[in-house]
Design a protein around this ligand. Structure first.
Ligand SMILES: [Zn+2]
Length: 249
């Protein structure tokens, strides 16, 4: 029962993230104008905006002009709800659960903005850093929280160095600024060692996508953010398993 509630809360967050992720990169306000149909501009009422339910009742069409609405936000609502739900099912109400909610939110936001516009927004990263730091402070205490900041900084500097080396080798921008800033969040959450493991995993995750886009030649700009954040989610979610593997190495 609680799981259902958490899924629903997730879909509401997903709805909000979709607005943030599609408006902020275009420098539009996330408050005004309110939600409207992109075809007829008719303002949408709250009952047009209930995640999933409205979509089913309106059969995916605008109530006013009957044009087909984008399925995208529905996908992100369900995606967010699912991430919130699996986080709860695995960790219940715990420190790990709250951290995973933050990671899940970043997964959704970065998927939207980096795949669509090839950027990672600063504001969600800043909020995430503040929230993670507060959680660490509350659950783990001062020394641990401060050392995590150091891990974040170290991860950030390492990525900066990787970019400098990459730029020299490839003679073009090898890593986006957003990817580098994001590594601060990863360092803060995972610590330095697991951030490096996360970076390796992200590279493996990105490889099929990069090869795919190069073959299709749509364009050769491959966003790295979605893979970095997926890798963070996977490692945090299966942390005991990754810890076990690194003991063996
Ligand atoms: Zn319409």
């Amino acid at each position: 029962m609680l799981g259902v509630l958490i899924f629903i809360i997730g879909t509401i967050f997903g709805s909000f993230f979709y607005v943030v992720g599609t408006r902020l990169p275009n420098h539009e306000s996330i408050i005004s104008p309110g939600s409207h149909c992109t075809y007829c501009n008719h303002p949408l009422k709250f009952y047009d905006l209930i995640p999933i339910i409205s979509f089913i009742f309106l059969k995916g069409k605008c109530r006013y002009c009957h044009k087909k609405l984008t399925h995208e936000y529905l996908v992100y609502e369900i995606f967010t709800g699912t991430l919130f739900l699996v986080s709860y099912l695995k960790f219940n109400f715990s420190y790990q659960f709250f951290i995973l909610l933050i990671i899940s939110s970043l997964v959704v936001l970065i998927f939207i903005t980096d795949f669509k516009y090839l950027i990672i927004l600063d504001s969600p990263l800043i909020i995430a850093i503040g929230l993670v730091f507060s959680l660490k402070l509350y659950y783990l205490g001062w020394p641990e929280a401060l050392f995590s900041l150091l891990d974040g900084l170290l991860a950030f500097l390492t990525m900066l160095l990787i970019r400098q080396i990459g730029n020299i080798i490839f003679k073009k921008e090898s890593l986006g600024g957003g990817d580098i800033k994001f590594s601060f969040v990863t360092g803060l959450i995972l610590g330095y060692k697991f951030t490096m493991i996360s970076l390796i995993l992200a590279t493996f995750l990105a490889l099929p996508y990069a090869v795919g886009t190069l073959l299709l030649k749509k364009n050769n700009e491959v966003p790295f953010g979605p893979f970095l954040v997926s890798s963070l989610f996977i490692i945090y979610f299966f942390f005991e398993k990754f810890q076990y593997v690194t003991y063996l190495i």
